[in-house]
Write a protein that binds this ligand. Structure first.
Ligand code: SAH
Ligand code: DHB
Ligand code: MG
Length: 229
């Protein structure tokens, strides 16, 4: 099995199952043109996130890590009328590209792109009583996943669904002594999740056009609840 084969199979499914979508395609194009890294979720992963949001009937979404807004558009389109999505991005250039892409998708009244370090904007959301969110997608820098998970629990209610991207990292996640802060961030998060009584979860490994990686899927339970301040 090679990465080329994973990519071809991924393309087969996206070509067969995902209708051509000029808005999403131009969002990726605009991101490349602006020099953003090509690390958005893949089309099939975007659809997976959208379907999760639809199945759960979510009305409010928090995304941590916007980049050019590709996953943002997939998720925001799952929201019915009155739905809201807040997405957090530290890089003003990424946020600017995302805002243009969101506007082209006619989602500017649904999506708020907040610029700032999520370690600062998450407590702000809590102070503004912006929660609880129905779905939280954690996809920013990986060394801070443990902190993002803690803040996300505070912005949750029983039943909140969380998805955490990139938790397998080509298998590096099992390297106990890894010197990679991203790996250590994921490992601390997995430990939190395994010992946290207020949430339960699992990890699904993935292969495809983004190589070998995976998503953690978390359901917030009764013990963890939204609290202001
Ligand atoms: N969710 C996007 C990809 C996000 S890539 C998609 O699938 O389309 C990760 C993003 O997180 C980058 O844009 C990066 O600038 C941002 N990021 C990194 N550290 C951050 C931080 N501390 N606070 C907020 N955003 C951060
Ligand atoms: C990276 C970040 C991501 O969110 C992703 O999906 C893939 C790679 C990265 O920082 O390398
Ligand atoms: Mg990611």
């Amino acid at each position: 099995m090679t990465e080329d084969q994973w990519t071809e199979v991924d393309q087969y499914f996206s070509e067969s199952l995902l209708p051509s979508d000029p808005v999403l395609e131009s969002a990726l194009e605009a991101s490349v043109t602006a020099g953003l890294p090509a690390i958005s979720v893949s089309p099939n992963q975007g659809k997976f996130l959208q379907m999760l949001a639809q199945i759960a009937g979510v009305r409010s979404i928090l995304e941590i890590g916007t980049l050019g807004g590709y996953s943002t558009i997939w998720l925001a389109r799952a929201l019915g009328s009155g739905g809201r999505l807040i997405t957090l991005e530290v890089d003003p250039k990424h946020a600017e590209v995302a805002r243009l892409n969101v506007s082209r998708a006619r989602l500017q009244d649904v999506v708020e792109v907040r610029i700032g370090n999520a370690l600062e904007t998450l407590p702000q959301l809590l102070a503004e009583r912006c929660g609880p969110f129905d779905l939280i997608f954690i996809d920013a820098d990986k060394q801070n996943i443990p902190a993002y998970f803690e803040w996300s629990l505070k912005l949750s209610r029983p039943g909140t669904l969380m998805v955490v991207d990139n938790v397998v990292r080509n298998g590096a996640v099992i390297d106990v002594d890894s010197s990679d802060p991203s790996v250590q961030g994921v490992r601390r998060f997995i430990e939190q999740l395994g010992t946290q009584s207020g949430a339960t979860g699992t990890v699904i490994q993935t292969v495809g056009s983004k190589g070998y990686d995976g998503f953690a899927i978390v359901r917030v339970g009764l013990a963890a609840s939204y609290e202001a301040g």
